[in-house]
Design a protein around this ligand. Structure first.
Ligand SMILES: [Zn+2]
Length: 362
């Protein structure tokens, strides 16, 4: 059977060792042995174990050269037959590596570089593309995206809030006075109360400054300052454009290229399709740290407790532990280091403010 490396005679030319003289010959491979006989008189010209033959690489339709141990050489244009012997030599199936081995070294290098490039795109180009996309995003886009995401969330996971009107109004007023201290001002943000269902105690920001807080979070926080500390943290995500970056990262390379390339329509559509899933995506640790610091600074400037966000994380951690993975902790992991870092920074800011109350001018 051909699949076992036995094959009928393969026609070619045999060259004696060190000679360019060509003898019309045939090679038969049987039971791992290769035998070359002369076409003219059937004389044995060369033989050897298939394992020990040196077989040239396949390059297009160039004839293959099979070198025997005695230095004689058999040349044939029947590349497929030679490949079948090689398969037998390397086992039933030619593995990817063996295919690579048979390639020209330059091709191997090229394949290696291509793999590196693909890895590089994810490591370096994706973040770069995200930055470019943020820079070229028309001001209207975050608004369109956010409206789309909130609408789809309202149709799926979110339900109208059951927090009493009075409390909603009080928190909203305090939220607006916090937001008034930011560059966008109070009108740059809008706060929405929602029953979050499976989302548990949660708060999240959309790129246009829309901030959604779930009833479970409002219930959990024992004082207004803690809710505000969380909201200030979300404002931090908006200010640093983390939300837009997160959206773009999730959209992926192809959507970003479309977006940057000016095909805003389909790029946006792609982003929106991913919209509802986005809220379950995590921010990077660095983004969380940035938002924590923003909350601490903003709360201090508003004359509120700068450590409120750290207090809130502690309560959340105590009440929920690490078991629930649909809550605020899953998208904003509150490690002990993070809580400690927030406390340390809050103390630093508080001390600065005590030393020079004008610090809040910037
Ligand atoms: Zn966060």
């Amino acid at each position: 059977m051909a699949s076992e490396g036995n094959s009928g005679p393969v026609a070619g030319a045999w060259h004696p060792p060190g000679s360019s003289r060509a003898v019309a010959a045939a090679l038969v491979a049987e039971h791992g042995q290769a035998v070359v006989t002369s076409d003219a008189d059937g004389a044995l010209l060369a033989s050897g174990s298939l394992d020990r033959l040196v077989i040239s690489s396949r390059v297009g339709s160039i004839p293959r050269r099979i070198t025997f141990a005695d230095g004689s050489l058999f040349e044939t244009a029947d590349n497929d037959a030679v490949d079948r012997w090689l398969e037998v030599r390397h086992g039933r199936r030619v593995s990817f590596i063996h295919k690579l081995e048979r390639l020209h070294p330059r091709l191997v290098l090229f394949v290696g570089l291509a793999i590196l490039l693909a890895a590089g795109i994810y490591r370096y180009a994706l973040p770069a593309l995200v930055e470019v996309a943020v820079a070229v995003t028309p001001p209207i886009a975050p608004e369109v995206m956010s409206r789309g995401v909130l609408a789809s969330l309202d149709q799926t996971v979110l339900a109208p809030s059951r927090i009493e009107e009075e409390l909603q109004q009080r928190i909203t007023e305090q939220f607006r006075s916090l937001a008034a201290l930011t560059q966008r001002g109070a009108d740059g943000y809008s706060l929405h109360f929602r029953e979050g269902g499976v989302m548990g105690p949660n708060a999240f920001a959309l790129p246009d400054g829309t901030i959604i807080v779930t009833d479970a979070l409002t219930d959990l926080a024992p004082g207004d300052d803690m809710v505000l500390g969380v909201l200030a943290h979300e404002i931090g995500h908006v200010v640093h454009e983390h939300t837009l970056r997160r959206l773009y990262r999730a959209a992926g390379v192809s959507a970003l290229i479309m977006l940057i390339g000016g095909d805003i329509g389909s790029g946006l559509e792609d982003v929106l399709t991913h919209g509802s899933a986005l809220i379950t995506l995590s921010y990077s640790r660095e983004q969380e740290r940035e938002a924590d610091r923003y909350s601490i600074e903003l709360m201090a400037r508003a004359g509120r407790d700068p450590a409120a966000i750290a207090d809130f994380f502690e309560i959340l951690h105590d009440k929920l532990g690490d078991t629930d993975n649909s809550d605020f902790l899953s998208t904003h992991p509150a490690t002990p280091e993070r809580i400690e870092e927030a406390r340390r920074y809050a103390a630093e800011i508080a001390a600065k403010r005590a030393a020079s109350p004008e610090v809040n001018a910037h």
